[in-house]
Design a protein around this ligand. Structure first.
Ligand code: PGA
Length: 242
């Protein structure tokens, strides 16, 4: 795994955006795997700046988000649909038909939706470049500890520590999702190239466990050691224990 350590969150975000921009320039029909969470916010801002000031063109790019809460409508402001609309999709020239996020609507059978999503990724020819963060418990997307490394897109139960974090983000204890539709670890490992982003001292232990310690399903992100084309983009604080 190649490791790039940046001095701070801003440079980490620029570095990630630069790699994505180069990939889009090299292949205007690139298929991206995209994350949500706090870590990629700076990266999305940097991509929006590149779209505005350098005319970075997303009109041929296809995107597949890593995951979405189950039982939450795409219109819900805390849904990952909502996050992506307001943080990225509405601010660049991606075409609606090229955007894919699992549909977590309460009236949709999440298991059927997960299978449909996995098939859509395969039909698109797979993911060229997938960006992923790491959870405090080592999860990647919503693959919580214990997730099989050959798992595909499916419905999963959120870990208690993930539900705690989600509860804070929702700002109320009502309507908190307890399940999600997530790309599997196998789905993620099928991406041709992966960028792992981690920022801040709170991630330093988990970054070490994921990147340097034994590969184990207790640390889902350690599965990335099995992939031959991963770049970990860290800031100094997140890399402190490597
Ligand atoms: P964060 O989440 O970017 O909000 O830290 C990362 C994750 O849980 O995958």
């Amino acid at each position: 795994m190649r490791v790039v350590v940046n001095p701070d969150y801003e440079t980490l975000s620029e570095e990630a955006a630069e790699i994505i921009a180069k990939a889009v320039l090299g292949k205007p029909t690139l298929t991206l795997g995209l994350p949500t969470g706090s870590t990629p916010l700076g990266m999305y801002d940097a991509l929006i700046r590149k779209h505005r000031s350098e005319a970075l063109d997303f009109s041929g790019v296809r995107t597949f988000n890593l995951d979405e809460y189950a039982g939450i409508s795409p219109d819900h402001p805390q849904s990952f649909h909502g996050y992506m609309r307001t943080r990225f999709f509405n601010l660049v020239n991606l075409l609606r038909k090229n955007i894919h996020i699992p549909d977590g609507s309460p009236d949709i059978d999440a298991t059927v939706e997960a299978d449909r999503y996995e098939s859509a990724i395969i039909e698109a020819g797979g993911i060229d470049l997938l960006i992923v963060g790491i959870g405090g418990n080592g999860h990647i997307a919503f693959n919580e500890p214990g997730s099989p490394f050959d798992s595909r897109t499916r419905v999963v139960a959120l870990a208690p520590e993930t539900i705690q974090k989600v509860t804070k983000e929702f700002g109320s204890s009502e309507g908190i999702p307890r399940t999600a539709i997530t790309m599997g670890i196998g789905t993620i490992l099928d991406a041709r190239r992966i960028l792992l982003l981690a920022s801040g001292a709170a991630k330093a232990d988990m970054v070490r466990r994921a990147m340097r310690d034994r590969v184990t399903d207790a640390v889902p992100a350690s599965a990335l050691q099995l992939h031959s084309n991963v770049i970990a983009i860290l800031d100094e604080a997140a890399s402190a224990k490597l």
